[in-house]
Design a protein around this ligand. Sequence first.
Ligand SMILES: Nc1ncnc2c1ncn2[C@@H]1O[C@H](COP(=O)(O)OP(=O)(O)OP(=O)(O)O)[C@@H](O)[C@H]1O
Length: 475
Amino acid sequence: MVNYFVTTRLYLKNLAATEVFRHELEQGGDIVDDLESLWQYLKSKFQQTLTKVGFDTWIESAAPIRITDKNIIIEVPSSFHKDYWEKNIATKVVEYLYEYTGQEILPIFVIKNEETSANHINETEKITVEPTKRKDALLNDKYTFDTFVIGKGNQMAHAAALVVAEDPGMLYNPLFFYGGVGLGKTHLMHAIGHQMLLLNPEAKVKYVSSETFANDFINSIQTKSQEKFRTEYRNVDLLLVDDIQFFADKEGTQEEFFHTFNALYDDRKQIVLTSDRLPNEIPKLQERLVSRFAWGLSVDITPPDLETRIAILRRKANAERLEIPPDTLSYIAGQIDSNIRELEGALVRVQAYAAIESKDISTSLAADALKSIIPSSKPSTLSIQEIQKAVSDYFNITLADITGKKRIKSIVVPRQIAMYLSRELTSNSLPKIGAEFGGKDHTTVIHAYEKIDHQLHLDDDLRRSVEDIKEKLAR
Ligand SMILES: Nc1ncnc2c1ncn2[C@@H]1O[C@H](COP(=O)(O)OP(=O)(O)OP(=O)(O)O)[C@@H](O)[C@H]1O
């Protein structure tokens, strides 16, 4: 019998030498005519060893490309998946392939190209995993991995969430999700909690918003029950803290959280945090917290593309047993592009409108129902380019300066004003505004918006300039 461990060592030894693999691949002839049957065999083996969510995430998203007598090429959706396969699944592939072919065949992982990766959107409609009924964890029953639709913008966050749910405290600690509002950060957090409890019903899971943490802490001081507070927060296996940007300005809470974090981290307990921005962009977050949060993995969630939005709506419509024609789903998904909570709200609105009118849901009914909330109904038809031009004319700088990267104050302030006005006066999403400013991140737009918004109350000159520009734009 060829020892599987020898095979594994061989595999690991060669892992870095992908080029050698490729050469060998070119030398080797095809050995299996029916790649599909072999893949089915591998899948059936993994079905027995992985959880359903693990199987869906890692195996279902991969596809075999070719096999020779030396290698099998497996296509995976992202570098994150590739990394996970190499570290956790590859040795099993070698073992199972040996069982099937009697030969040592080493896997090579290639990343699927960007254009086609949308094909991997998980549109599984069935909900098979019963969410945990443990109420003390305060988890929302609806927020599980099964109800989470995977798309380009959240694929990596979803995979990382699954890793920490199945292997808490080991690989990514803390796990930090950041991104705009309503994009699924809370949903993923709860899914981690459910999955962990499913695998280990005895696990202690605690989910809190940052406000609840702060309030619990303040109450514990007022009621002299700090010991109880500490026991409650430091004796858990998984601590989930949502929206930690609200820790800004709360010195005492940050101090306490620092100690909570250290206690859990030292005990190898898993910590998961979310915020609307990266830790170093949260104003007044203590440096020592910022650096600790960077110990683990930070993953952003970006707004879903159209296919993902349609898949989310379809899942929701199915769950509510609503009959909605595909083109109507596409229409609704096309109207709301940056916030899934609003997308779901739009569907509820269409549903209510159909009930009131006693009509079936159609595209024209959806258009009527959404008239008052879709972006095109906002009063302004102003474009971002018009705003950029008005601001650059006003400050006598070039359009290239407005969209460029120069960091001098005489350009940075007008650029921030232009971003502020783009958010105030147009219905464009934050990522779209960022893109129009030379491909900047949405968090840069949030930062600019908040800075100008704040300064307007303090700086008369700035306020006058913004009013003048607005007036010019209104003409
Ligand atoms: N990928 C997804 N698949 C299915 N539903 C989703 C997905 N992403 C978000 N949702 C749904 O959208 C709604 C908003 O998501 P969630 O509350 O998790 O957003 P969030 O990023 O935490 O927002 P906030 O920053 O406001 O806290 C929820 O109902 C959630 O179930």
